[in-house]
Design a protein around this ligand. Structure first.
Ligand SMILES: NC(=O)C1=CN([C@@H]2O[C@H](COP(=O)(O)OP(=O)(O)OC[C@H]3O[C@@H](n4cnc5c(N)ncnc54)[C@H](O)[C@@H]3O)[C@@H](O)[C@H]2O)C=CC1
Ligand SMILES: O=C([O-])CC(=O)C(=O)O
Length: 308
């Protein structure tokens, strides 16, 4: 299985590293526009192979997409990250051109590829890939929910004073500071609803900290996060490569599901060898339905800035 990762920056390199460490792919190709950068990252990562015990072959290229030919999965991380104080939506001006160009190059050389979109504003970038790539909708998956759910579980474990392995929870809707919807009503500690353990103030804390998880890290780091994003992508790539049929919240093109049409938003889906095997319909509370619709309205407004 060959995987291409476009953008050899913080997220791209981290994702390539996690994929290699898990050793389920034969080849990872890193692509970047900065001369020699992807080649350098690939060489550095390959020099960890004997230390970390993996056989995945990692190569790098400066914009030569012929090297990506025949990729089964491609991850788009190319584009600028936000700085402290910015929203993800503010990145659209620069990232739209980059994502459009990269998508065309990927599809030209790998017409059967499954694309995982990471660049922000991710829900809008995933929508852009749907509108410009010509790929069927089950082959375009936005990464946001996997990361946001991991952050939700981190905050739940903190509030519960529990090990993270005891905790389960999912975040759907938009990958934005205001549009994320952590599903507290469905979160559990070993099958017991977390609402049995957390008071209202603790519940509010978990939800709010989850939603601004990316912004909190951006403030601390001066740029946005990469370890958890890279790990989240690697989980999705593995679900495809190993046909795991895992249920992962992803930003997908909706055609009536959750009352929405012609928009990419985070919903639970079964991820396997074909990409999206199925969108899973779960019952939301009235309040969650309202918040989902509000998130959709906000993403739709950002999508309105796109020109195809
Ligand atoms: N969806 C999500 O959950 C997350 C999304 N992100 C987004 O991912 C993107 C990348 O973030 P970082 O890796 O931290 O940024 P970075 O600046 O470290 O890396 C981006 C890389 O893309 C490259 N690049 C730019 N234009 C290119 C092109 N046309 N072709 C190939 N490569 C190109 C740059 O040279 C750079 O190396 C940002 O837009 C960020 O907001 C980051 C974390 C999580
Ligand atoms: O916060 C950002 O801009 C990057 C991102 O999407 C995340 O880490 O969730």
């Amino acid at each position: 299985m060959k995987v291409t990762v476009v953008g050899a920056g913080a997220v791209g390199a981290s994702c390539a590293e996690y994929i290699a460490m898990k050793d389920f792919c034969s080849e990872v190709v890193l692509v970047d526009i900065k001369e020699g950068f992807a080649e350098g990252k690939a060489m550095d990562l390959m020099q960890t192979a004997s230390l970390n015990g993996f056989d995945t072959k990692i190569t790098g290229t400066t914009g030569d997409y012929s090297k990506t030919a025949g990729s089964h999965v491609a991850v788009i991380t190319s584009g600028i990250p936000r700085k402290p104080g910015m929203t993800r939506e503010e990145l659209i001006g620069i990232n739209v051109g980059i994502v459009k160009d990269v998508t065309a190059n990927l599809v030209k050389h790998s017409p059967e590829v499954i694309i995982i979109v990471v660049s922000n504003p991710m829900d809008t970038m995933a929508y852009l890939v749907h509108k410009t790539s010509g790929l069927p909708k089950h082959k375009i998956i936005g990464m946001g929910g996997a990361l946001d759910s991991a952050r939700f579980q981190y905050r739940l474990a903190e509030a519960l004073e529990a090990p993270i392995s005891d905790v389960n929870g999912m975040v759907i809707a938009a990958h934005s500071d205001t549009g994320m919807l952590p599903l507290l009503s469905k979160a559990t500690r070993n099958g017991v609803p977390v609402t049995e353990f957390l008071d209202e103030e603790q519940q509010k804390y978990v939800i709010e900290e989850t939603k601004v998880g990316g912004a909190t890290l951006t403030k601390l780091l001066g740029t946005s996060a990469w370890y958890a994003p890279g790990a989240a992508v690697s989980v999705m790539v593995q679900a495809i490569a190993c046909d795991q049929k895992k249920m992962i919240p992803c930003s997908l093109m909706l055609e009536g599901e959750y009352g929405q049409n012609d928009i990419c938003l985070g919903v639970p889906a079964i991820i396997g060898k074909n990409g999206v095997e199925k969108i899973v319909n779960i019952t939301l509370t009235a309040d969650e339905q309202l918040k989902f619709a509000e998130a959709a309205n906000a993403v739709r407004e950002v999508n309105g800035d796109l020109k195809f």
